[in-house]
Design a protein around this ligand. Sequence first.
Ligand code: FBP
Length: 544
Amino acid sequence: MAISALQKERAAYAPKLPKSLQGASVKLVTGAATQSVADQAEIKKLFPHTYGMPILSFEEGAPACGCSCATEKPAINVGVILSGGQAPGGHNVISGIFDGLKKLNPANKLYGFLGGPGGLVDHQYIELTAAIIDEYRNTGGFDIIGSGRTKLEETAQFDKGVEICNALNIKALVIIGGDDSNTNACVLAEYYLEKNTGIQVIGCPKTIDGDLKNEMIETSFGFDTACKVYSEVIGNIMRDANSAKKYWHFIKLMGRSASHIGLECALQTQPNICIISEEVEAKKQTLKEVVNSIADVVAARGNNGENFGVALIPEGLIEFIPEMKVLISELNDLLAHETDVQKALKGLTPASAAVYNSLPDAIARQLTLDRDPHGNVQVSLIETEKLLIEMVGKELAARKSAGSYKGKFSGLAHFFGYEGRCAAPSNFDADYCYSLGFNAAQLIGAGKTGYMSSIRNTTAPANEWIAGGVPVTMMMNMEKRHGHMKPVIQKALVTLTGKPYTFFASKREEWATKTCYVYPGPIQYWGPSSVCDQTTKTLQLEQK
Ligand code: FBP
């Protein structure tokens, strides 16, 4: 198979590991008992076997009792699953697990379940041999075994998992996924303990969205690379905008709900506008207010003769605008019972009808016609960037007639999402992912279950990273899902008191009116460490 020159050289990259995982043996240090972030009594009741477990860390040195040690461990087989959307570095997590297992015992085997969690249930798998692993080291994508969005929620699915694990003599599963998949991994761990199956379950934090993070999980993998890819292209667009001086670029950035990607890209590139969904929700802004705030910046620049700019729009914005959220929920209910759209629209409350009527036709059509298999509005398909261009254009036309705006407005729409999800992992993600995987193997070797692989101190050189495990129950709280209270890992949205947001908020006025663009350029894999090994601005600010 033909591979690029970059792929060829990159295959030889040896990802860095924390010092504690580099030696011949690893010492397990058991920390204090934990409790869930909220709703302790309910979570404890739901997870009697995995609740309250201690935080674990690995240190260099001779293993004490219960530690992973190559010579004393019998050979085991392990299964790995990729769950949900692609994120750069997934292949390195798998190669890290493989190498970690082989270090524990060269006879250990790794199986990959195909096409996501569904592969476990449907018994679709391959054995991941050294030859396969070597082909995928340091590459982007999830194509080594594929991913999927099947949710592991039913005991019948768990039992199908036991069948195949027993058939393949698999003693542990590693589930690489986001908050939902790791929540389900914990439910699975609890069930397997309850049923005495002898199958351990370990999670790994994945998602470009960056919304699986907390005190013990500093960042989810893939966020670093994806943001660097988007920031490169945003920078290129900024330079084009600043050269031609005639377009306003509205760039929607992936991130199903949280605005971390938009915020990180703003910190890297200093755009004129970056909307933060969490702020819109906190301020209970209406769509019209969001539009006006954008029009204010366009008008201020236009009145200075600068008829160009760049605005970053988070993918999840629509659902954070309270009145749009209500409208979408009313539409979901009405269209569930009435297929005739015109009749259904008559059931909207007056407030929602007014919002609906204010929308451009194409967007109103998307809201009523494009439904998912459950009949719900497909919010992620709504072209928010086009919606805003159209509404801002109308607002500016009105201001022009009133004499308060004398510029020109020509908007161009972009959407960056899939471009970044399978990029070759940055050095950070290559190292972080490999360490997460290698560390997961150590947790398995130590007989642990219900833990997420955790690598901390990530703004320091990899050598100084802290490897260990955090009980998944520690990250949980109770939330309403599909009408029922469920234990779930708390989703980390952008906090308006956090340093990344407050830093951005302190700069945005200057970035709005002046042209302060920064051009990050493409990800560099070789060269000065200041370029190749820098972490995200989000992490730098959070860890300061
Ligand atoms: P995960 O949370 O599963 O990592 O996926 C994130 C994401 O990339 C979102 O940013 C985006 O909204 C969504 O997946 C797109 O999903 P799909 O791949 O199904 O189109």
